[in-house]
Design a protein around this ligand. Structure first.
Ligand code: GDP
Length: 469
């Protein structure tokens, strides 16, 4: 923040090398989004393109020739898994390019940049090192924040009420009804209930519901099978449940989940983020239809509530007035559309994020929306078709390896034609070719000094960190 900047500036003014090393500025960039939004691909390509900057013309510190070198360093947090950059890059740019494994838990990577300061007196100041710590975490985990405001009884009651009319919850609800909350605790019963509840959460997510908490049930990482993830909501018992009952142990585990899983994530990762990019698969949701799009809109508003301080007592205490300074909302996979459609995609993203943006704006963060492709898998071409010019994209199909050109349709010029949840017969867009456009990543055919091909990754980087270099 400003104080750290001030210290750095003073240290540099002293011209004291020791001070400089001690006060090398660190920018923590959070990368999040729901599953399959494109986090892994984004980080891999961003890092590759910051190391080899031949395709980063719109990244101002690069355009100004101020970046001397960039290099990877051991990340400073000893207990956080390192983002597996090398494996992901090899997958995407190897001889048989494929998409990398997706994000399943939090991971981190440190990239350090040696930069010449900009501005009037830049010639007088020596180069300095800025560390960029990239923190990758599932957007689903942000939804857990609301659990902190609830005790087990309240959470159980609310959850059961919410899902009671959902078909895919029938099996779990029957099991929960059968369970005797006041009976003695039995691990086998707890496991069965947790498994049934997890099964429900998976099905609900598949059906497009976004209120699928606890988030770790879907993405357990290394906590899989631990007691803190082996509980489920239960109908409240009559009277006070005895000690060592199923209810009491479920209650204890729910509290353990909050204390040992949710709080550490917010404390160790979320609270330390300076800049945030939220990746959103807007095209996928448009293709899936109006209900999915509306669900995405709600999910983004819910997850991003975490960026509004004062909403949650625990988080307010943790942040102590600290805040994320900039948030970028990026519609990913824009390479599925000809660039003539990108402004419409951006407008739709802006409209989708209005509620979430207002909340962030309330917290004083600067926000922007962009359409990007972290890894561009297509090229563009135009063709005459029945007297009309069609804008196509061409790519290599993942399944067959064949090259094929598609016309994915067009997006409406007025975003509200898409984002009008209450409207009768909301229209469908992009439902023709989009579904079959499963492209393989294009291998790295770049020249030396160039990272993987992308769309607007340089602009995204400039918004996120350009001002800190
Ligand atoms: P994560 O779950 O957020 O980590 O998502 P991933 O980064 O693993 O991306 C999920 C999938 O989206 C990938 O396997 C690709 O199929 C697709 N994808 C992500 N980024 C791009 C992109 O820039 N262009 C294209 N064409 N597909 C992408």
């Amino acid at each position: 923040g400003d104080i750290a900047d001030g210290i750095v500036r003073r240290a540099e003014a002293l011209g004291d090398g020791v001070h400089e090393a001690l006060f090398e500025p660190v920018v923590r960039l959070g990368v999040t989004g729901l599953s399959r939004a494109g986090k892994t691909v984004f980080i891999t390509s961003l890092v590759a393109n910051l190391l080899d900057r031949g395709r980063m013309a719109q990244f101002m510190p690069q355009a100004e020739g101020r970046i001397l070198t960039a290099f990877l360093q051991p990340q400073p947090d000893d207990t956080v898994p390192r983002f597996d950059y090398e494996a992901h890059l090899a997958a995407m740019t190897g001889p048989e390019p494929r998409w990398p494994e997706s994000t399943r838990a939090v991971s981190e990577l440190r990239l350090s940049l040696r930069v010449r300061p900009g501005g009037l007196l830049s010639g007088l100041r020596s180069p300095r090192t800025v560390h960029l710590d990239i923190v990758d975490y599932p957007g689903e985990w942000l939804l857990d924040l609301e659990l902190l405001d609830r005790d087990y009884a309240t959470w159980s009651r609310e959850t059961l009420a919410r899902i009671t009319s959902r078909d895919m919850a029938a099996e779990f609800l029957a099991a929960a009804d059968r369970a005797e909350a006041a009976a003695g605790f039995d691990e086998a019963v707890a496991k069965e209930l947790a498994a049934a509840f997890t099964g429900y959460l998976r099905a609900a997510r598949e059906a497009g519901f976004s209120d699928c908490t606890p988030g770790r049930f879907l993405l357990p990482g290394e906590m899989e099978g631990s007691p803190a993830l082996t509980f489920a909501p239960l109908p409240g018992p009559d009277g006070t449940p005895p000690r060592k009952s199923l209810w009491r142990e479920m209650e204890r585990r729910f509290e353990a989940y909050k204390a040992r899983v949710v709080k550490p994530f917010f404390r160790d990762h979320f609270a330390r983020i300076d800049r945030q990019v939220v990746l959103i698969d807007v095209l996928g949701a448009i293709n899936a239809g109006p209900a999915a799009l509306e669900d995405l809109r709600r999910a983004m508003a819910d997850t991003l509530a975490a960026f509004r301080p004062g909403r949650n007592a625990f988080l307010s205490r943790l942040l102590l007035g600290r805040r994320v300074e900039k948030i970028l909302f990026a519609a990913t996979k824009a390479d599925h559309l000809h660039h003539s459609q990108h402004p419409r995609l951006t407008a739709i993203t802006e409209a989708l994020m209005r509620e979430a943006r207002d909340r962030a704006a309330f917290a004083g963060a600067e926000t922007a929306a962009m359409s990007i492709a972290a890894l561009r898998a297509t090229t563009e071409e135009s063709r005459e078709h029945e007297g009309r010019k069609l804008d196509l994209v061409r790519g290599t199909l993942l399944d067959t390896g064949a090259s094929a050109a598609f016309y994915p349709g067009r997006l409406p010029d007025d975003p509200m034609r898409l984002i009008a949840p209450a409207r009768e017969g909301a229209e469908r867009w992009l439902d023709a070719d989009y579904r079959v456009m499963r492209f393989a990543p294009s291998g790295a055919e770049g020249r030396p000094g160039e990272g993987p091909p992308h769309i607007r990754l340089d602009r995204a980087a400039d918004f996120l960190i350009g001002d800190r270099l």
